[in-house]
Design a protein around this ligand. Structure first.
Ligand code: SAH
Length: 211
């Protein structure tokens, strides 16, 4: 790639800002994080294009626009404690580490978790921890969370994750079958999850150990 910084600027202006992403913290984080570092060599030239890309183990790094929509919905503050389910490449983990105070990320494929952990350390992220396991169970030991971002499609809303949201905590998660999914935004208000349906999306499935 000739100039990743210029490619990233173009990605942010044409794929994000022009389509309505306006949160300056999200836009700045997406300008800073070197997405090409998270894409395997054979696909690296396509890093800043407007689509997901394979990262191995039949998984994908998400499309930049969908990542931005999900991050913007969470309205993260620098002091927030965040849980991510589906680390994958670690790209979103890096963005969450830029936007929040502390990040816990769970990935079920040990090989992907190991790669992401090494890369995040090499890039200097000290406030993000990658764990191997079943993210549908959340991380009770670190709960409650201010925000939860799930990057794989669940058949139903995982109740364990809702139970680990703090009051006024937010969660964004794709819900549905392999060919029809919708992002659901959840906000906990007085112990009740308020659910707002959002964009139609297409993610790899969230695989629960109980399936
Ligand atoms: N945000 C990531 C998306 C990766 S794709 C990126 O942009 O790179 C979704 C990831 O969720 C895959 O790596 C998949 O292995 C993982 N996954 C699926 N079910 C899971 C589960 N129950 N617990 C943890 N990770 C899971």
């Amino acid at each position: 790639m000739s100039d990743p910084t210029a490619a990233r600027q173009l990605m942010v202006s044409s794929q994000l800002r022009d389509r309505g992403i306006s949160d300056s913290r999200v836009l700045e984080a997406m300008l800073r994080v070197p997405r090409h570092e998270f894409v395997p060599g054979s696909y690296r030239a396509q890093t800043y294009e407007d689509h997901p890309l394979p990262i191995g183990n039949s998984q994908t790094i998400s499309q930049p626009y969908i990542v931005a929509v999900m991050l913007e919905s969470l309205q993260l503050k620098p002091s927030d404690k965040v849980l991510e389910v589906g680390t994958g490449s670690g790209y979103v983990t890096a963005l969450l580490a830029e936007l929040a105070g502390e990040v816990f990320s769970i990935e079920r494929h040990p090989a992907l978790a190991d790669l992401a952990r090494e890369l995040l350390t090499a890039l200097g992220y000290t406030n993000a921890r990658v764990l191997t396991g079943d993210g549908t169970l959340g991380l009770p030991a670190a709960a409650p969370f201010d925000a939860i971002m799930v990057s794989a499609a669940a058949p139903n809303l995982p109740q364990a994750l809702i139970a680990q949201l703090r009051d006024l905590g937010r969660m964004i998660i794709p819900v549905g079958t392999s060919d029809s999914q919708q992002l659901q935004f959840i906000r906990m208000v007085n112990g009740e999850p308020l659910i707002t349906p959002r964009e139609l999306v297409r993610f790899v499935p969230l695989v629960s150990s109980e399936d």
